[in-house]
Design a protein around this ligand. Structure first.
Ligand code: SF4
Length: 210
C-alpha cells in the first residue's frame, strides 16, 4: 500500500501482540537487514513498516511472514487479546488461549466486512470489547459476549448477548452471531450498523433459541 507517496506495509498478526525476546530478536534482525526506516505498532497489534522501498518490502515479507500468524481464510479481521490470566494478576479468564481459538474460526463465505474481536481477561476490558464487532471479557462467572460495537468515526457500544459462558459456549455463540450477521446484514454493513437495524432482541432470539 502507499500513503502520501510513502510506501508502507502492515505485517499480519504477531501472536495477538505477544512474542518472546527470541522471536523479537529474529524480527529485529530482519528489519535491520532491510534498513526499515520506521515501525508502528498498529491498533490491531500488528507491525506497520513505514517508508520502505517497494522492492525491498516484497523481499522482507518473504522472510518475516513465516514468523507471523497466517490470516484466517473467510475469518475475522483480527483478534486482540490482553495478557489475561496467563500473565496479568487481575486476569480471571485465559484471553490468549481463547483468542487463539477464535482466530481459527472460519466461515463458508467471506464475512461481509471487517470483523474485529477484542478479548479481555477481566472486567477492566483493556482490549475495549464494548467497541469491537465481537467483544468478550471474563468475570468470575465466566465469559460475557458483547456484539455489534464499533470505534472510529461512528462509534457504537456493543450489546451484551450472554454472560457466564465457558470457552466452548462463547466460541459457539460467536459463530452463531457472526453467521446470523452474515445471513441477514445488508451488503458491506458492519456489525454496528446491522445491530442498529435489527436490535439485540432479534439477535438473542436467533442465537439463544429464546
Ligand atoms: S483486561 Fe484485565 S486481565 Fe486483561 S490486561 Fe487488563 S487488567 Fe489484565
Amino acid at each position: 500500500m502507499s500513503m502520501n507517496e510513502k510506501t508502507y506495509a502492515v505485517i499480519p498478526g504477531l501472536n495477538m501482540g505477544l512474542f518472546t525476546p527470541q522471536e523479537l530478536s529474529k524480527i529485529v534482525a530482519i528489519l535491520t537487514k532491510y534498513e526499515v526506516p520506521m515501525l508502528k505498532i498498529t491498533g490491531a497489534q500488528r507491525l506497520g513498516l513505514l517508508g520502505m522501498d517497494e522492492e525491498k518490502m516484497k523481499e522482507l515479507k518473504t522472510e518475516i511472514l513465516p514468523l507471523t500468524r497466517p490470516q484466517a481464510v473467510n475469518g475475522v479481521h483480527y483478534v486482540q487479546a490482553c495478557p489475561g490470566s496467563q500473565w496479568c494478576k487481575f486476569g480471571t479468564g485465559d484471553s490468549l488461549a481463547l483468542g487463539a481459538r477464535i482466530e481459527q474460526l472460519s466461515f463458508p463465505e467471506p464475512l461481509l466486512k471487517k470483523v474485529k474481536v477484542g478479548i479481555s481477561g477481566c472486567r477492566m476490558s483493556c482490549t475495549e470489547p464494548f467497541v469491537r464487532d465481537v467483544g468478550i471479557f471474563a468475570t468470575k462467572k465466566g465469559w460475557t459476549l458483547v456484539f455489534g460495537g464499533n470505534g472510529g468515526g461512528n462509534p457504537r457500544l456493543g450489546d451484551i448477548v450472554a454472560e457466564g459462558l465457558n470457552d466452548d459456549q462463547v466460541i459457539e455463540l460467536v459463530r452463531k452471531c457472526l453467521t446470523f450477521y452474515q445471513q441477514n446484514a445488508k451488503y458491506k454493513s458492519r456489525t454496528a450498523r446491522f445491530m442498529e437495524r435489527i436490535g439485540i432482541d432479534a439477535l438473542k432470539k436467533a442465537v439463544l433459541n429464546e
